[in-house]
Design a protein around this ligand. Structure first.
Ligand SMILES: C[S@@+](CC[C@H](N)C(=O)[O-])C[C@H]1O[C@@H](n2cnc3c(N)ncnc32)[C@H](O)[C@@H]1O
Ligand code: SF4
Length: 493
């Protein structure tokens, strides 16, 4: 998984933002240039919590929301982009890396990602060349080995749709620019059809060091698969896919499932879960449907929070009974002791807020106070990205210098992917204890029994996982809270 890029909608030219140093600016990465904060508003935690629940389709791990009304004023002028990015990378020194391969044979109507339905040899070659050029831009700016990688994920789209020799070239080019850390690992996404029918690709991935594979199963109900436009609307490929993945030698297989869809009943989801468990993957990741930016966004209105919660609780119960481990609110379940189930890239990003760099169409980059989107994030079209890289330009659509409040909100939102905030990581990154920065919010959550302290972690309780959307909203910036509070409608994404 990656947190999907929320999509800003314009590329009009911003003016440079006045910046200042926060006395409590983050201690890691030595980025002193935070945008100046607004004077703090004093929102009642109970009201914000209720607004998060009311807007449960929006108040999730994808942050920020409503860019135009919340962080638009923090956009930086294009002539500053490269220097800011360069400086952030060198200051951080240690990052996760994500490369986006946008091709899919057909776009599933529930999909939120930057996906291109066209795929032929010419377009694949052009995109591959563009990605290599983008890596080369970083090579030129950083020099070899200046930055360490904690992990590298190839996602999409469907990265396994392209020639594995191209994947290998990308991996080699990445490794020639970045040095790899001690727990470095690589993960790639595939669909059941490709895994079942192209075993030679699976073997190639292992040969080049990709040791984790993630397969999007989504749902096992032929009716739903067909209705949502999955390229293969039967179950036929799932079991052969797993057999091929095992035969190739993978020992780290993840299966993605989706829930919270308007046309999906609890019964459908139970069938999907039982089917996925019967395939015996090491990990199962649950994706709650996010409607924003999808072809079926209008269906969000029909999905009440209670129904979504019922499905999440069903999954928790069945997965635990099947020997998978996962705490309340955690999306990734694992049956390998000591392994959270996520890729090296994602695990550090979720727990420690480790910065990440995104390559490719519409990819998102987040490094402390810097948030950037590549071209294609807003319009999901390839032309801008291909054109910029061909001309030797950095393919950046928008770059923001965040306030500390926005940086904290972004880090905390992502940490809810595991249903918990790591208190040491927060304090290390921002130079302040979570409870000192959010005293009323933390007290509210503890008193209500939504979260609890466990060692150096503030985590959702079993009951609190039902109200995760309210809890996340409490850590949003004041502007984003104001946006949520201003929205009265139920359910809309
Ligand atoms: C980029 S997709 C790659 C997987 C692969 N292309 C496939 O579909 O088989 C990663 C995962 O994101 C999840 N996903 C897609 N659209 C989503 C949405 N609108 N909300 C939440 N999760 C979504 C799916 O579970 C999917 O497997
Ligand atoms: S869910 Fe996967 S296969 Fe479907 S459009 Fe999105 S990336 Fe492509």
């Amino acid at each position: 998984m990656r947190t999907p890029a929320p999509r800003p909608t314009s590329t009009s030219r911003p003016s440079p933002t006045p910046v200042g140093s926060s006395p409590r600016a983050m201690t890691r990465g030595a980025i002193a240039e935070w945008a100046t904060e607004d004077p703090p508003a004093s929102f009642d935690p109970a009201r914000v919590f209720e607004a998060g629940l009311r807007n449960h389709h929006l108040a999730n791990t994808a942050y920020p929301i409503a860019h135009r009304s919340t962080i638009w004023h923090l956009r930086q002028a294009p002539e500053r982009h490269v220097a800011l990015l360069h400086r952030a990378l060198l200051a951080e020194g240690r990052i996760g890396l994500y490369a986006h391969i946008p091709f899919c044979e057909r776009r599933c109507s529930f999909c939120e990602y930057a996906v291109v339905e066209r795929h032929d040899a010419e377009l694949e070659a052009a995109y591959h060349a563009a990605l290599l050029r983008e890596i080369d831009l970083y090579a030129g700016a950083l020099g070899p080995g200046a930055v360490e990688l904690v992990g590298f994920d190839l996602g999409g789209g469907t990265p396994s749709l392209i020639d594995p020799a191209r994947i290998e070239e990308i991996v080699l080019r990445v490794k020639s620019v970045f040095r790899t850390g001690p727990r470095f690992g690589m993960s790639i996404e595939t669909t059941p059809r490709i895994a079942a029918t192209r075993p030679e690709r699976l073997a190639a991935y292992l040969r080049i060091g990709i040791d984790r594979i993630s397969m999007g199963l989504q749902m096992a109900n032929p009716r739903l698969l067909a209705e949502y436009g999955r390229e293969h609307s039967t179950l036929d490929h799932n079991r052969p896919a797993v057999e091929q993945i095992r035969r190739a030698g993978f020992r780290r297989l993840n299966i993605d499932l989706m829930y919270g869809l308007a046309r999906q009943r609890a019964l459908d989801f139970r069938f999907t879960l039982e089917h996925a468990i019967s395939l015996e993957p090491e990990y199962i990741t649950l994706y709650r449907m996010r409607y924003k930016g999808t072809r079926i966004r209008a269906e969000a209105e029909g999905v009440e929070l209670d129904r979504v919660v019922e499905m999440a609780e069903l999954a928790h119960e069945l997965l635990l009974a099947a020997g998978y481990d996962g705490s309340p609110g955690k999306n990734a379940y694992s049956r390998v002791a000591g392994d959270p189930g996520t890729s090296a890239y994602l695990t550090e990003r979720v727990v420690q807020g480790t910065p990440y760099l995104g390559l490719g169409l519409g990819a998102q980059t987040f490094m402390g106070n810097l948030l950037a989107y590549n071209l294609g994030a807003a319009d999901k079209r390839l032309e801008g990205y291909l054109g910029a890289t061909a001309a030797g330009r950095w393919p950046i659509q928008d770059l923001y210098l965040l306030t500390p409040a926005e940086g904290m909100a972004k880090m905390i939102s992502v940490s809810f992917y595991f249903g918990a905030i790591d208190l040491d990581s927060f304090a290390e990154r921002f130079g302040v204890e979570l409870a000192d920065r959010f005293p009323r919010e933390v007290a509210f959550l503890l008193e209500r029994g939504v979260m609890e302290i466990a060692g150096r972690s503030l985590r959702l309780t079993g009951r609190g996982a039902r109200e995760e959307n309210g809890a996340i909203a409490l850590f949003y910036s004041d502007r984003v809270k104001a946006h949520l509070l201003s929205r009265r409608e139920k359910g809309k994404a």
